[in-house]
Design a protein around this ligand. Structure first.
Ligand code: ATP
Length: 429
């Protein structure tokens, strides 16, 4: 890493991420570390130009007020105490806050503004080559943002020492498996193993209506398929993962309880011993996207809206049937196409269709037709904890309804979900 770094030590602040992002926005790289970082750990961090002791509400741990280790104070680096041991907190907002941060970073620490994607990619290529040498790396490539950007970065760094495995479990959106093959095999020249596991997944899921049971079956079967493919390949020593910085921050610093454990392709058998390659582990999501763009990935891949791990499986409500799953896939594709054509793509945070296991009476070609109802959901959120419903123009909803009821087999009704979160969650299962 050739770029200057400002180190944020978590001394109980609940705004470490915000501060880290503000400094990165100034073009200076920053990392958040626990309050008790040791001297060797500190010494191992490259190009640290200054340290922020970021205090706050979580400053008491197990009844004791925490402090940084003596090594930090003795490091000789510029130190800024924020809301720690009586020093003032940062202004909540405004030019005063921005100025205080910029003044510490540039005037006190003399950090250079050289954090950008070009430098990041150059650094990572070098780090990956050093870590991997001439050996082989495996990557589970979903076609989602994170694993796609990892794949593009590894192709650049180590080319055909990388093997990507893409599992089509039948629960992906229309066109996605084809796009993965087109972009990675044909355009980027990757070794791509494409596994058609549609029947395997759908057979296992047949008759299973409980959402938790469905998720478990999908997760377990994914590990099984991936493991089988991994065993067929010879001499793989590394597993690459699309772990990103929020995964690491969320798995808990020392002052905050773990939010979720961080692992991606977790649950592989113990005898498949891989070392991990995690080149995005210090990037926030928007930086991951910028990295993908800089590596030449298509915008539709890099800016795709969030998609649940179990895919369309949790939008085909209740026990999945192949015909209803196809209807979810087709109606979702129509919705996405119409949103893109009408300027809503990139504006609305998440939009999709779901189909409950419910038929209602309708009329088709002058005859009674018992068919399904498609539900459209379109929501906006900042943190996914709450969500509001997008005010989709009525004429557009009518156009989409017309298309879905005429183009999607087995669907005679379209409903629009008006429910914010709470009380509804974003997804239905
Ligand atoms: N169909 C698939 N084929 C291959 N790998 C997959 C597939 N689905 C998931 N994975 C692997 O499992 C990881 C975690 O999947 P998850 O659905 O939670 O996505 P994610 O964390 O949002 O990452 P991504 O953006 O890469 O999809 C992915 O990064 C990928 O490595």
């Amino acid at each position: 890493m050739k770029q200057d770094m400002i180190l944020i030590l978590d001394l109980g602040s609940d705004e470490n991420t915000r501060l880290a992002r503000e400094i990165r926005a100034l073009g200076v790289y920053t990392e958040i570390h626990p309050h008790d970082i040791s001297q060797p750990q500190l010494a191992a961090l490259p190009n640290v130009k200054g340290i922020i002791l970021n205090g706050g509400v979580n400053r008491i741990v197990d009844g004791v007020a925490i402090d940084a280790a003596p090594a930090v104070y003795e490091s000789g680096l510029p130190i800024w105490s924020v809301d720690h041991k009586g020093s003032p907190a940062l202004a909540a907002e405004g030019p005063e806050r921005e100025q205080a941060i910029a003044s510490f970073v540039f005037d006190t620490c003399r950090a250079e503004s050289n954090w950008n994607m070009e430098n990041f990619i150059a650094d990572q290529v070098e780090l990956i080559r050093n870590q991997v040498g001439g050996r082989k790396v495996l990557l589970a490539l979903s076609g989602g943002v994170d694993s796609s950007v990892v794949a593009a970065l590894l192709i650049k760094a180590i080319g055909d020492q990388l093997t990507c495995v893409h599992v089509n479990h039948g629960l992906l959106r229309k066109g996605e498996p084809e796009q993965v093959v087109q972009v990675f095999r044909h355009e980027l020249g990757a070794n791509l193993v494409y596994v058609d596991a549609v029947d395997r997944f759908l057979d296992k899921l047949a008759g299973v209506a409980d959402p938790e049971a469905k998720r478990k079956i999908i997760g377990a079967e994914f590990i099984r398929v991936f493991e089988e493919e991994a065993r067929k390949l010879e001499g793989i020593e590394f597993l690459a993962q699309g772990t990103i910085y929020p995964d690491i921050i969320e798995s808990g610093t020392k002052t905050v309880k773990a939010v979720k454990s961080h692992h991606n392709v977790g649950g592989l058998p113990e005898d498949l011993q891989f070392q991990l390659v995690e080149p995005l582990s210090m990037l926030f999501k928007d930086e991951v996207r910028a990295c993908g763009v800089a590596l030449g990935l298509p915008a539709s891949m890099v800016y795709r809206q969030p998609f649940p791990g179990p895919g369309l499986g949790v939008r085909c409500l209740g026990a999945i049937t192949r015909d209803r799953l196809e209807a979810v896939r087709e109606s979702d594709a129509i919705l996405r196409e119409e949103f893109a054509d009408n300027g809503l793509e990139g504006k609305v945070w998440q939009y999709f269709t779901a189909i409950p296991d419910l038929k209602s009476v309708g009329v088709r070609d002058g005859k009674r037709a018992d068919e399904w109802a498609v539900i459209i959901r379109a929501v906006n959120t900042i943190d996914a904890m709450t969500a509001t419903v997008e005010d989709v123009p009525f004429a557009l909803l009518q156009k989409i309804t017309g298309r879905i009821t005429s183009e999607v087999k087995g669907v005679n009704r379209v409903l629009f979900d008006l429910t914010p979160k709470p009380t509804g969650t974003i997804e239905f299962e």
